[in-house]
Design a protein around this ligand. Sequence first.
Ligand SMILES: Nc1ncnc2c1ncn2[C@@H]1O[C@H](COP(=O)(O)OP(=O)(O)OP(=O)(O)O)[C@@H](O)[C@H]1O
Length: 249
Amino acid sequence: MPLHFESCTFGYGRRGRPVLSELDVSFASGHTVLLGPNGAGKSTLLALGASACAPRDGAVRLGRLRPVGRRALRSYRRKVSWLPQQPRFLSGMTCREHIAYVGWLKGMSEREAWRAVPRAIERVGLAEKARDKVGTLSGGQRQRLAIAQALVHDAQLLLLDEPTVGLDPLQRRRFLNLLHELRGSVSVIVSTHDITDLDQVFDEVVVVESGALRFQGTVARFESLAEADCPPGRRLESAYAGLLEAGEL
Ligand SMILES: Nc1ncnc2c1ncn2[C@@H]1O[C@H](COP(=O)(O)OP(=O)(O)OP(=O)(O)O)[C@@H](O)[C@H]1O
């Protein structure tokens, strides 16, 4: 389901300087990777997309649905799942309780939520920790729990903010496989600084810088920005550096 930001202006606090100014960007259905330097506005964009905050001006739309008004907000949030950069947990709950709880918060019945737990937990390879307390998990295991929560209620759009931070190489690979598996059934927008093997998982690249759109296009078009003599394994990195360095001139 496409996510549209229409002339969105947003700043933190009432008088805070705008982080995004009249930003227009549409994320098509499919898998999109969101790139940009530190402080570019990626997390802010995802938080707006998740309806965790509202633009000062302009509109956010998921398909035709705007998250404005109680009913619309509720149905919007059922369709969108957001994994923030620093997810919070109730550490006294077990993993399975936590996932069921999040499903329930998202509007599932208690029964539905409990039924959805095994599949969500299995998908992130955390089954053996299902009955362990969240407080006993390692950082990477917590990250996987957060991804399981984002998957529990069968959202149509997942907004994942730096989901691979803290994952070991095997779990990172698993995560990319999971994204691959989700192709065709759910749209995904992933904000990341980790640009190796993007081409295997994503359809489109969006780059923001200082709250403005810097690039939008297919992974192949992004890769074509790389220096001509760049070795194949470094092309994405070269394209990214070239794009941002060009803006510094
Ligand atoms: N809660 C907040 N209060 C005030 N300013 C904030 C807040 N969160 C972010 N900002 C500011 O908004 C701007 C964009 O931040 P944001 O976190 O969206 O960037 P980002 O692209 O996700 O960065 P990073 O890659 O470092 O995570 C930055 O200038 C940041 O200082």
